[in-house]
Design a protein. Structure first.
Length: 451
């Protein structure tokens, strides 16, 4: 018999039993030594005063916004302040360390390193003192200013207080709401661009008229809404702006949200980028990648997708090229049929959807801003769509495709004042005869094979 293995098994079983005991005990209430030092309603607090190693701070809440009053009069970081309230308005501790006439010097509470005061309605509600950290688990010794219990609180709670001015400031200096922006103008390196949202689509208005890449515009607006200062410089007048490259900005932009116009200027000094918003004289450092969202050539904002529909939304297709003409409709089960019905001919679902996917995947290789009418030999397709989220929303799009020079093809959407050059292989994907869309027929068995 291997007594070592038996002993090891017994120890494992004992450990498992201890874990089960602790879990069951923890599920019935607070664990031994844990407790609540302070229990306030966070919404009752409208002023926070803090003293730490970085200095003294004062914050006030007006409606849902927090402002810093000391040492600077600026907007405060709402998340940082609400984090403090989450951690300290109902202050849980991990263990009770001492009660009564404890020697506060032992815990660094005779001269607290951090003092947090919570006020509401002009009256003090509570004051929490934090002393030294426990080197074993980074917890902090804490007590109420008018209390007698010394407790240990989790280190992350202390981390939310050990911050300086920059950490407590609101670093969002440009209030862009991507859903509310209806127009955008910008100038970079002497080139100007203008975009506007019309009927839910983004349109490039300068330097040429074109549908704009919605994905590119939305990426920019998302980046603008997330733009934060990486640093704050002292207020800069006209004379000081040259130090940040803002006397002759690398980029200027204006985001229009209804009647509101949000202006932004970006300058560069060395490898660093700086920004000023609106009429503010405050200069912020920003990340280098944001300016790169504005390409120096505004024409790069043009939408290169030729088809303005998605294959899964198509419910009907009319095709005409020379003598080949047909109409297809899709039923609720996704099956396609000719209309009117062609005797003995049934379209192959895979082949029809391959054609639609070829059309929706068609990307422009160039633009024709003074297009000529396409020849009579061009293929003309009318695509009828139905929005799966809103079946009442139906649209029809027309697409014309013809041979162009140098092995390319030319495409036109008659609703647009310009055309496209596209890869020539799209012509090979268009049906040349009705049989190109039919289901493959199994070859008849060889008569000799039956014998």
């Amino acid at each position: 018999m291997n007594w070592k293995k038996i002993l090891l098994l017994a120890l494992v079983l004992a450990a498992l039993g201890a874990v089960i005991f602790l879990v069951e005990r923890g599920g019935t209430g607070e664990k031994e030594g844990e407790g609540t030092l302070l229990d306030l309603a966070a919404e009752a607090v409208d002023r926070i005063e803090l003293r730490n190693a970085e200095g003294e701070f004062a914050f006030v809440r007006r409606d849902t916004q927090w402002r810093m009053e000391k040492p600077l009069a600026v907007k405060a970081d709402k998340a940082a302040l609400e984090g403090i309230l989450d951690n300290f308005s109902r202050l849980r501790y991990d263990r009770l360390v001492a009660e009564g006439d404890a020697d506060l010097k032992t815990f660094g509470l005779d001269r607290p390193a951090v003092e947090l005061r919570l006020l509401g309605g002009g009256k003090p509600l509570a004051a929490v003192l934090l002393g030294i950290r426990n080197s074993m688990d980074e917890s902090s010794y804490a007590m109420l200013a008018n209390g007698a219990r010394v407790v240990a609180v989790a280190g992350y709670k202390r981390d939310g207080l050990d911050k300086g001015v920059f950490a407590f400031r609101d670093k969002k200096f440009l209030a862009v709401d991507p859903a509310a922006v209806t127009a955008l103008e910008f100038r970079r390196d002497g080139a100007a661009g203008a975009l506007a949202k019309k009927d839910g689509d983004w349109v490039l208005e300068k330097p040429v008229y074109s549908l704009a890449s919605g994905a590119q515009v939305n990426d920019l607006l998302s980046a603008a809404s997330l733009l934060e200062a990486t640093s704050f410089a002292p207020a800069a007048g006209a004379a000081e702006r040259s130090a940040f490259g803002l006397d002759k900005p690398l980029l200027t932009a204006e985001f229009r949200q209804g009647p509101q116009a949000l202006k932004l200027a970006i300058g560069k000094s060395g490898d660093a980028y700086f920004a000023q918003a609106g009429d503010s004289d405050e200069v912020c450092g920003i990340a280098a990648d944001f300016a790169g969202k504005f390409d120096a050539d505004p024409a790069t904002w043009r939408e290169t997708r030729v088809a303005r529909f998605f294959a899964y939304d198509v419910r009907g297709l009319r095709f005409a090229k020379g003598d080949l003409r047909f109409t297809l409709r899709r039923n609720g089960e996704g099956e396609w049929a000719f209309q009117p019905t062609l005797a003995g001919k049934k379209p192959d679902r895979g082949k029809v959807e391959a054609l639609l996917n070829a059309l929706t995947g068609l990307e422009a290789t160039g633009f024709l801003d003074q297009p000529r009418p396409l020849p009579a030999t061009a293929a003309r397709l009318t695509i009828e769509t139905e929005d799966t989220a809103d079946p009442q929303k139906r649209e029809a799009f027309t697409l014309e495709i013809a041979v162009a020079a140098n092995g390319a093809a030319e495409a036109r959407d008659p609703a647009l004042p310009y055309g496209f050059t596209v890869p020539g292989d799209i012509l090979e994907k268009l049906p040349a005869r009705i049989e190109d869309l039919l289901a493959s027929q199994a070859a008849p068995e060889n008569a000799e094979a039956k014998k």
